[in-house]
Design a protein around this ligand. Structure first.
Ligand code: DAH
Length: 344
């Protein structure tokens, strides 16, 4: 074959190969310059045409022209496709993203200390045969007070700074105790349940008071239930929560209208033996109020107090979480500050 035709073929091949590698618009421009520009081999061949004999020119001329327009067209088509691909990729990037993609160095979430504590408390009670129960936060006067032996105008209502609503006799529950009577109505005996949940008090907010916090009510109703069952339950629970093999409890009388007798159950400070800032130097901490369910409360729940008895308790879950983790301000628990949360 004519040497020039061979050269044209190899130019076409080189172009086709280089075109595959183009990644940017600038590289398209560079490719155009190197294959069609003034200093390109193709231009040199075109310029040399005038020195050829007529026969050779007739043979080479059309081949050169065809190579030139071929390269021009291929460049144009590829460049067009390239810009379209780029535009589509930009739109796709906005429209679709990979939700499973790993973000390098990203922040990793974990369970909130509140939820961790609730799960732990539920596990401890479930291991003792309790079920986890639930009730409404928007409660009626009846379940929050009257059924719990706190009738209308009873002074014990002053123990609770209540958020009343503009619906008659509806309030934000001040404690989780209302679920006692609700459960007595809906469940079979014997009944052992705990109710971890949010409660509301119309109080000034400070380091130890929030207008909403967590409580955990608990109760066990059966024949022949006694105060010893209550004390043993309190001790077993506290030992497990604070991971202590031995943990003394102390019992003092306490008044709550829904129990008789009522108690304040204190535990020996799990953090010291001689008194520390957590137990305020006393070595005891007041953590577990409870008592034997008042006959009036059992009656309100449709249970005969001459046949059945039960104990109930209702501890401040927020307070126990604060004690367990050494948190000094209840407001941290709702603040959502990562610096705080990342410690757990
Ligand atoms: N409901 C009480 C409160 O919010 C806590 C409580 C105390 C619950 C003694 C009980 C109990 O069931 O026996 O202050």
């Amino acid at each position: 074959m004519n040497a020039i035709l061979t050269q044209i073929e190899s130019i076409k091949q080189a172009f086709a190969q280089d075109l595959q590698k183009v990644q940017t618009l600038k590289e398209f421009d560079d490719l155009k310059v190197s294959f069609l520009g003034k200093k390109s081999s193709l231009q040199a061949l075109l310029a040399g045409m005038k020195d050829l004999g007529a026969d050779e020119r007739r043979e080479v001329g059309p081949a050169l022209q065809e190579a030139k327009t071929g390269i021009e067209q291929a460049l144009e088509v590829a460049r067009q496709a390239f810009t379209e691909r780029k535009a589509k990729a930009a739109i796709d990037k906005e429209l679709y993203f990979d939700v499973t993609a790993k973000r390098p160095g990203g922040v990793r979430g974990h369970i909130h200390p509140y939820s961790q504590a609730i799960e732990e408390i539920e596990d401890i009670f479930m291991s003792m045969g309790y079920e986890v129960l639930d009730g409404p936060e928007l409660e009626t006067d009846f379940y929050n007070f009257t059924a719990l032996n706190i009738p209308q105008d009873h002074p014990a209502r002053d123990m609770y700074d209540t958020f009343w609503t503009n619906k008659k006799s509806m309030l934000m529950r001040t404690h989780t105790s209302p679920v006692q009577v609700r459960s007595m109505e809906s469940k079979e005996l014997p009944l052992a349940g705990i109710v971890p949940g949010r409660v509301y008090r119309h109080e000034a907010v400070d380091a130890t008071h929030e207008i909403q916090f967590l409580q955990c009510e608990g109760f066990f109703i059966d024949k022949n239930v006694t105060v010893s069952h209550l004390f043993a339950t309190a001790q077993t629970f506290l030992k497990q929560l604070f991971k202590k093999d031995e943990l003394d409890i102390r019992i003092r009388p306490g008044f709550f209208p829904f129990v008789e007798p009522g108690f304040e159950i204190d535990m020996r400070c799990p953090f010291c033996s001689k008194g520390c800032s957590v137990c305020k130097k006393s070595t005891w901490m007041e953590v577990f109020p409870g008592g034997m369910i008042h006959p009036n409360v059992l009656r309100a729940g449709g249970i005969d107090p001459d046949v059945y008895s039960g104990f109930a308790f209702g501890f401040g879950l927020s307070r126990l979480v604060m004690l367990k983790y050494g948190i000094d301000d209840i407001r941290h628990l709702y603040g959502g500050k990562l610096k705080f949360l990342e410690q757990f």
